[in-house]
Design a protein around this ligand. Structure first.
Ligand code: SF4
Ligand code: SF4
Length: 450
């Protein structure tokens, strides 16, 4: 059953009488829900002529953004219009995979004339801001730059919906996928354990399983089933512990470096498929692989690693030897940064590779290469009533500094009550109670016992 639009499961305040302002977005604790967690109020402080809603959702098996556009288009469109007003943008674009014809038709019918739909190829990584902006506008964000550098602001569908809902962020939408009985998209109270969410999807279909958070490409392996859902958890993917993706994500650096040093034949496939290299950025992962043979690494071969977006396409798709150039780039970044190896060219000097449009990796081929074809690739949004015994709200679940608690142990709170605020003068976001209960403070979180 589809959820009722704008009605919070936990009863948090949802007044829409206030005019939406940047200050109010900050009060509500809205952050980038697509994974970045950047405080939205700060992002809205920029004046740009174009707002792009990112509905590309290119992580295999995830369906949250598409489901939100299908079931909650009203608060999404309201939030998008409000975001456009706040940044002074006369134009908006919804970037969504071209295969979702029904949603594209509905958006074209419901959206005002100032908002158009841009159908996107069903490829990875279409949801990367740099790729999305290039597909939508034809312009390339310079290395190390931001969408505002090419007169745009990009926001995830759920982020814009949260603006439209005009209530404290106490719930998260996410897809539970992979080796679970019922792959679904759910609305869950922030701070609930991922184990409880997996149970709501029917539980795992195998006894020995591991969990990837956020998807399978840019995943973070979960440390355990008691890890809490945060404002940026967009997907929970369950896989057998023996699955190659789990092995790859858990690989240790000494092994990655040793195998890479001996097995890389410099075929360049990692570079030729790298989406940032294809955009014209100065990243060449095959060059970074050469750094494994040197200590310290020569500057010219690690310089571009700062512009690796960690999409993992080189490691999990392109490399025929199953090496890990992505992690080699990640490991090189601190040295590149310490040596000031930043891009010094002009934005005009960045021109996409002539083959860029032809080297996009189709989603079907990626799913096959990743060994995921046996898993059901749907995630319908369903209602599920959660009643957690407690929730754990980390003080850092956003970009910037950890928030500072404004409640005390033993204090009774209700959904939507303020728990923590940004540290004075630092980037951060407010955190609100997601259930009714009694507060227990820990060094890094606010626990609420129901
Ligand atoms: S694709 Fe693999 S083998 Fe080829 S250059 Fe890159 S890391 Fe080396
Ligand atoms: S992870 Fe690999 S493919 Fe992706 S941007 Fe970095 S180097 Fe390029």
């Amino acid at each position: 059953m589809a959820p009722e639009i704008g009605v919070s499961q936990n009863g948090a305040a949802k007044s829409r009488s206030q005019q939406m302002t940047i200050e109010r977005v900050g009060e509500l604790g809205i952050v980038g829900a697509g994974g970045g967690g950047f405080p939205t109020a700060v992002k809205l402080g920029t004046r740009v002529p174009l707002v792009i809603a990112n509905a590309a959702e290119c992580e295999p098996l995830l369906h949250k953004d598409k489901e939100l556009l299908h079931h909650l288009s009203e608060p999404f469109l309201r939030g998008m219009i409000q975001a456009m007003e706040m940044v002074g943008a006369p134009q908006g674009v919804i970037g969504i995979k071209e295969k979702y014809h029904d949603i594209i038709d509905a958006m074209r019918q419901d959206a005002p004339k100032s908002i158009r739909v841009a159908p996107l190829p069903d490829s990875y990584p279409a949801g990367d801001e740099f790729i999305l902006v290039h597909i939508v506008t034809g312009r390339v964000i310079p290395p190390g730059g931001l969408p505002k550098d090419v007169d745009a602001m990009v926001a995830n569908v759920e982020t814009l919906m949260n603006i439209g809902l005009d209530q404290p962020v106490t719930e998260k939408y996410l897809t539970v996928a992979g080796a679970v009985r019922n792959p679904v998209t759910l609305r869950v109270p922030i701070g609930i354990s991922i184990g409880e969410v997996i149970e709501a999807a029917g539980g795992a279909t195998v006894d020995d399983f591991s969990v990837l958070l956020g998807g399978v490409m840019m995943a973070k392996p979960a440390a355990g089933l008691d890890v809490p859902v945060t404002k940026t958890t967009g997907g929970i993917v369950v896989l057998p512990s023996s699955h190659s993706l789990i092995q790859r994500h858990n690989a240790k650096w000494p092994v990655i470096a040793r195998v890479g040093r001996s097995a890389c034949d410099q075929c360049r496939f990692c570079t030729e498929f790298c989406p940032r290299y294809l955009l014209g950025h100065p990243i060449q992962p095959h060059r970074a692989m050469q750094s494994l043979g040197f200590s310290p690494s020569p500057a010219e071969i690690i310089a571009g690693t700062l512009y690796c977006c960690e999409c993992n396409l080189c490691s999990l798709y392109a490399c025929p030897e199953d090496l890990d150039p992505k992690n080699v780039c990640v490991e090189s970044k601190p040295a590149a940064r310490a040596n000031g190896l930043f891009f010094t060219g002009t934005p005009e000097s960045v021109t996409p590779h002539p083959m860029a449009d032809y080297r996009r990796v189709p989603m079907k081929r990626l799913i096959s290469r990743l060994g995921l074809t046996e898993y059901i690739n749907v995630g319908p949004l369903i209602e599920h009533k959660f009643a957690p015994k407690h929730v754990v709200l980390p003080l850092k679940q956003h970009a910037g500094a950890p928030a500072v608690a404004v409640v005390k142990t033993g204090q009774q709170v209700n959904p939507g009550d303020l728990l923590a605020v940004p540290e004075e003068g630092k980037l951060g976001a407010r955190i609100h109670a997601s259930i009714r209960g009694v507060v227990r403070l820990t060094p890094n979180s606010v626990v609420i016992d129901a």
